[in-house]
Design a protein around this ligand. Structure first.
Ligand code: 6MZ
Length: 358
């Protein structure tokens, strides 16, 4: 593959920035930028523990900027440091506002944010107020029409006890009805090394029957074929990661056949998968495999804060790694509209917007 000149690289960078984009896999607390973390940290009184957490975050930032590979387990040690700074309603509001604005500045026109609602008795935060706070910020941002439209998915964190998962699904059903179309679905995420998913399947099926869309993390790590198949049989409306679905990647024919037959879109997060070492290199990422099969794929960031990236950068990396042309990038972005969880009227108006930007 011929390498690009500096001028071509700059042109590609500008193009990736300029095209309108859809972000469908963004964890709220993983998306918080360093600037916002500093803002949130300044609200807390100083302590040795805080100083040590900030030092760990700064060290992590450096290694992710250099695209150094770690492990998924290492990544899961970073989220709790962020969670400590987002433990009251005002912090949740600041985080939501800033993350939406940063995606808007990256020319993301439609965003689906996801987050697991948390409680903290010492600050009065409850799962309900957490959801209400995120929804209030999303509503305000949509109302201001600052170029980005946002929807919300509640995440079921795999590490919480089953009764809490049940509570999250109940809240999702309630806010699905009462949020005027803002809360559109459920995500299953969190540390894949925890939980027996067979306990969760009935909850997911219930949510689906209640009209909630499902985006499920599955086959993110190796040796998970049995549980991934169970999750695929629900079935989800979109797959998070899906790294180990096809046999050549360590999955199974049965899984691949199901994903093909149902044409389930796959949310691909290149840099996240590289740093968390679930793929060895960008060139070995499964994005290309599914793209070549003409299967629905969406480029996403996962955790733009934790992995020091943004969506334009993910498009640029895809173009450079897989030798994609501007038309290919535009098509990938435009087709992502097909897989959003919003209604048909929203899809039509986004498609019109894309044509204007062409
Ligand atoms: C699985 C992930 C993830 O919910 O606090 N999360 N779950 N795989 C990943 N790949 C790297 N990245 C993030 O956002 C942070 C939470 O999202 C999930 C984890 O549960 C993490 O704690 P919220 O807003």
């Amino acid at each position: 593959m011929p390498s690009r000149s500096q001028t071509e690289k700059k042109k590609l960078h500008d193009f990736c920035m300029k095209i309108p984009k859809v972000e469908l896999h963004a964890h709220l607390n993983g998306s918080i930028s360093t600037d916002t973390l500093q803002k949130l940290s300044a609200r807390k009184s100083s302590s040795d523990e805080k100083a040590s957490d900030l030092a760990k975050l700064a060290k992590w930032k450096k290694l992710t900027e250099n695209r150094e590979q770690r492990s998924l387990e290492d990544c899961f040690e970073i989220f709790p440091l962020v969670h400590k700074l987002v433990d009251d309603a005002e912090a949740v509001a600041i985080a939501t506002r800033d993350v939406i604005q940063e995606f808007a500045a990256d020319n993301v026109k439609y965003l689906e944010l996801r987050s697991s609602p948390k409680e903290n008795p010492s600050t009065g935060l409850t799962r309900r107020t957490y959801i209400e706070t995120v929804l209030k910020e999303i509503k305000q941002s949509n109302y201001e029409s600052n170029g980005i439209l946002t929807r919300f998915l509640l995440s079921i964190d795999r590490k919480v006890p089953l009764p809490v998962m049940g509570e999250v699904v109940k809240l999702a059903e309630e806010f699905h009805t009462s949020s005027e179309g803002l809360l559109v679905g459920l995500d299953l995420s969190g540390d894949p090394f925890t939980t027996n998913v067979s306990d969760i399947i009935p909850l997911l099926s219930r949510a689906k029957n209640a009209g909630l869309k499902l985006a499920l993390h599955l086959a993110e790590t190796d040796d998970r074929s049995a549980e991934s198949l169970m999750l695929l049989q629900v079935p989800p409306d979109r797959i998070g990661h899906g790294t180990f679905i096809h046999p050549a990647a360590g999955g199974t024919d049965e899984m691949e056949e199901l994903v093909n037959r149902l044409k389930i879109p796959i949310e691909c997060c290149l840099t996240s998968n590289l740093i968390s070492r679930t793929v060895k290199s960008y060139s070995e990422h499964h994005f290309k495999y599914w793209l070549n099969k003409n299967h629905p794929v969406v480029l996403c960031t996962d955790d733009k804060g934790v992995f020091s990236t943004n969506l334009s950068e993910e498009y640029r990396i895809a173009a450079e790694t897989y030798n994609l042309q501007n038309d290919d990038l535009w098509r990938i972005s435009n087709e992502s509209i097909n897989y959003i969880f919003a209604d048909d009227a929203t899809k039509t108006s986004l498609r019109d917007e894309w044509q204007i930007c062409r």
